[in-house]
Design a protein around this ligand. Sequence first.
Ligand code: ZN
Length: 342
Amino acid sequence: MPLVSMRQLLDEAATGGYGVGAFNVNNMEQIQGIMEAARDTASPVIVQASRGARAYAGDRFLYHLMVAAAEEYPEIPVALHQDHGNSPETCISAIELGFTSVMMDGSLLEDGKTVAGYDHNVAVTREVVDYAHARGVTVEGELGTLGGIEDGVGSGEVHLTDPDQAVEFVQRTGIDALAVAIGTSHGAYKFPRRPDGQILAMRLIEEIHRRLPTTHLVMHGSSSVPARLTERINAAGGRLRPAFGVPVEESQLGIRHGVRKVNVDTDGRLAITAAAREALAADPSDFDPRRFTRAGRDGMRDVVAERMRQFGQAGHAGDYAPRSLHAMRRAYDRQAAAGAAA
Ligand SMILES: [Zn+2]
């Protein structure tokens, strides 16, 4: 199966009433772990790469690993998404490379740190939507800012998404998916205590979904940071402070109210680190790197498969045939023509 547009995956998820995990990758083992989990659970999946991932692996390596994944797993619909594009140039280069979806994060300036003004956000996001939709590629925008910093992205400030502004933002930009800031953070140290309704503004998701029923909502920073993984890391020589992530039940609540894409990065990192540390500690005389890279890959597979079942995407890989990016482009053209006529 060729790489599929993220819009199609999310449209199908909305019809089926489930969420789709978007898992971050930097190397071959992470991609393989995700694809094995997708096969084991018969799940459609979003694989995403940050700017840091593209710099680490190299654009051509990353793209061709994904092409290999699509060839090896023809029964799995898989979208390749640019996570946190910091400028139209980053998004355009991803599209030229072959990504089927991009995030234009105009909530921050190009440095990925300074909070941007609303008009800047609208302008850069609209520019990316025009370029992407002309090629059948999906666009995710962000309104409001998350806490925390990951891969150098983040202002450290939290600005929750305003529902009125969200409606106007979607109308002015034409995005397919909207990342909402509801109090989640990037990274492992999301909350000082287990989060509840006081910390996570779930009512905001309900309100935004009511006002924008056809816009797919995205939850960033949604790793659950399982204690069993941090404990395994520390037992094998690591030194992580106690940390609280987003409980899976909160993500499931979001999915019931219009969240279709759930971003998970930290849980994969923790699973790989736990498994690799244990493998290295188990036999200090061994120096075959496959011992710990294979363990890491299996760890990634297990945590991703668990999330796929929890988000509800499991079992849905065979529900639909992929639409080409060309067909997606024609659909956007028709939508624009209908909008102009109205
Ligand atoms: Zn994010």
